[in-house]
Design a protein. Sequence first.
Length: 320
Amino acid sequence: MKRVWSAACFLIGSLFYSTFAPAQNVEPGALLQQMNGAIRSLNYEISFINITLQGFESVRYRHAVVNNRALAQLLFMDGPRREIVQRGNEVSYFDPGFEPFTLTSDHIVDSLPSLVFADFQKLSPYYDFVPADGRVRIADRLASGIRVISRDGTRYSYTVWIDADSKLPLRIDLQDRNGDKRLEQFLTTSLIVDDDVVSVMRPLEGIKLPPALPAPAAEKGDFTWVPEWLPAGMKELSHNKKVLPGSSIPIETRLYSDGLFSFSINISPSSDVSEEQSVLTGRRSIHTVMKGNREITVVGDIPPSTAKRVADSIILKAQP
């Protein structure tokens, strides 16, 4: 009887050890890169909840690789049926509120945190990757936590918990730059990693997708302004000048990104005299300031103090 009791205690102890044992000695940056590879290469179905300061939404995401081409579907589970499908570099939107359309992209950006698609080797000069919490249990799976922290303190931070087996993300918290306040949360409720997902997704190969959405007419050229300061690692992706529908006022725009967060600088002529304004909606900051006869607006997923610093650094050159 004593041997039976000892064996039972050993088995119970083993179960507790397997649950709370430390993670394998993998560098945080390498584990993040494994997550990036898993999200793009595995066949899986993940159900999750997105929680923001405005509310929450339930979502199901399926992904498969068929004939070396990504097939994916993101379905919003509540309210009128809304879904986004991906076939290779085509991403199509279906919503009862507007006509279906297609954009060019190598992944679905809506509802999925940008962190999972980031290139962490390129981010490493500007962010620290720090282990967090050891191992925890999420959606009945063991996960390892990692914090992604901006080195210069000008951006938000992330904490991600990665499934020990599949390396897929199970929880992602977007936090303010000090890590004191949670702005958004991606929380997995169910994860299935199985090649059976391929048979579910294969019909996407043959369906006819809606037409591509035409881009608004825009012209490129030399702008008479430039930001004197940008957060480290932020690079210009594009710049253009366009007139928005229903308006005759031209807007000059520069778009910047570091591969994880992005923002735009928008400048237009204005005769109004208005006070400096700053608005924060969840993760998005909008900061507007007047300089001379031009209105400068910085919009993006950056802290308000960073948006203000960018706006204040704009140098207006003499117009020809």
